[in-house]
Design a protein around this ligand. Sequence first.
Ligand SMILES: [Zn+2]
Length: 105
Amino acid sequence: MRITPVATDYDEVRSDVKESQDRSLEALQSANAPDARSVVSELDQADALDEGMTPGGEIVNEELIVQVIPQAADEFTCFSCFLVRHRSQLAKEKDGHKYCIECEG
Ligand SMILES: [Zn+2]
């Protein structure tokens, strides 16, 4: 009796067991996939709602609004990027043209 064939058999059994485990795991994953996706989707929606409530989201919205509404007294249009900026973002004024800190910074 040699051990080698037995060891090979064990390896085959192990690989078979591992494969069946992988298959069952895949089956579980694919079976759970719809639920997992819906959970992820719900999480994404929750994140989106959270982001909309964070200061960062508000800043983005303000920037979008600033670009749409007419230029206010405390705003200027950057002569380089042509975006309406708040006066606090004015970095340089040359020959009557104003430049924002992002273009001059
Ligand atoms: Zn600019």
